[in-house]
Write a new protein. Structure first.
Length: 335
């Protein structure tokens, strides 16, 4: 007899009462993300066959050449969330500024803001390597009934009420937390349904995988260089294995299952690193912490950083507790 898996829809309903503000709104929002994930998954899976490969011809506010799939995924998530009557604002990697969304009755009754990285790992789209989507959800802090404002988005990660990612890989999975542990759901493409395949996901306390773009080694701070040398040294349970897919979501997902550390440090060519605090680092940090992992900027907790800009970047060290603590130890030696 095949094992009965709970569906994502059932799980969302069953768990909505454990949610602090449970009024069904977050469930509707998560269901919106579930729907958009399936739409984007459909496009990603046929990327080689239709004209969504390659550059879209524009650059985003970060000066990156937007890929066609970046733009398409951005449109699909924004359209789907707009229609759900619970979102008052959306910020996205692919949008210069936040988008204010007014409720149908035009008096700003919606309570949630969503920050998204619609397509993570853009450099891997054309070469058939796994990519993802990342989302972060907050309750607005400005009063309901007034237009959403920038301060609703510039909240520290500790204020997140939910966060998650979708990985479009050998299978498509949606992994999320509402502050009550981390659960992973695998899409059965034949049925178009997500099933609870990975309940209560946890980072192993330590691991043997380090993920960093070693091509930037010469530009890294000495502490980071020393930690990488430590990972490569033949001693105790080392050397560790180097694994770097170049898609944050995929590297994070593997390390959460097997144990490992992902690093995107600052460097002499990227003074604050590359990853964006609001829609990459904060959501992954929330998931990591809910799964007994750690997320740091090398000095302290990512989720305690007070954001100042929508697209600000921060150095990022995330994964198994003992490995991130060791990396911080090496970095602190030079502070
Ligand atoms: O090619 P690099 O410099 O190693 O950067 C790879 C990193 O950049 C990212 O692609 C940034 O994300 P986007 O693709 O969403 O811009 C991460 O997913 C990945 O870990
Ligand atoms: Mg990204
Ligand atoms: Mg992206």
């Amino acid at each position: 007899m095949t094992r009965q898996y709970k569906t994502l829809g059932e799980f969302i309903i069953e768990n909505q009462d454990s949610f602090k503000y449970s009024s069904g709104e977050l469930s509707r929002l998560l269901n919106g993300i579930r729907l958009a994930a399936k739409v984007v998954n459909h496009e990603v899976n046929k990327a080689g066959l239709v004209d969504i490969i390659g550059e879209a011809g524009d650059t985003n506010i970060q000066g990156e050449n937007q890929q066609k799939l970046d733009v398409l995924a951005n449109e699909k998530f924004i359209q789907t969330l707009k229609k759900r009557e619970i979102v008052c604002g959306i910020a996205s990697e692919e949008e210069d500024d936040f988008i204010s969304i007014n409720s149908f009755d035009n008096n700003h009754q919606n309570k949630y803001v969503v920050l998204i990285d619609p397509l993570d790992g853009s450099s891997n789209i054309d070469v058939n390597v796994s990519v993802g989507t990342i989302f972060s959800i907050y309750r607005r802090i400005t009063p309901v009934g007034t237009p959403v404002s920038l301060e609703d988005f510039l909240q520290p990660g500790i204020n997140q009420i939910a966060a998650g990612y979708i990985v479009y890989g050998t299978s498509t999975m949606l992994v999320y937390t509402t502050g009550d542990g981390v659960n992973g759901f695998t899409l059965n493409p034949a049925l178009g349904t997500f099933y609870l395949s990975h309940p209560n996901m946890k980072f192993p306390e330590t691991g043997k995988i380090y993920s960093v773009n070693e091509g930037n080694y010469v530009h890294f701070p000495q502490g980071v260089k020393d930690y990488i040398k430590y990972c490569q040294k033949e001693e105790d349970d080392r050397p560790y294995t180097s694994r770097y897919i170049g898609s944050l979501v995929s590297d994070f997902h593997r390390n959460m299952i097997k144990g490992g550390i992902y690093m995107y440090p600052k460097s002499s060519v990227a003074s604050e690193g590359k990853l964006r605090l609001l829609y990459e680092c904060n959501p992954m940090a929330f998931i990591a912490e809910q799964a007994n992992g750690i997320a740091s900027d090398g000095k302290g907790r990512i989720m305690e950083i007070n954001p100042t800009e929508l697209h600000q970047r921060v150095p990022f060290f995330c994964g198994s507790r003992k490995m991130v603590e060791k990396a911080e130890e090496f970095i602190r030696k030079y502070n």
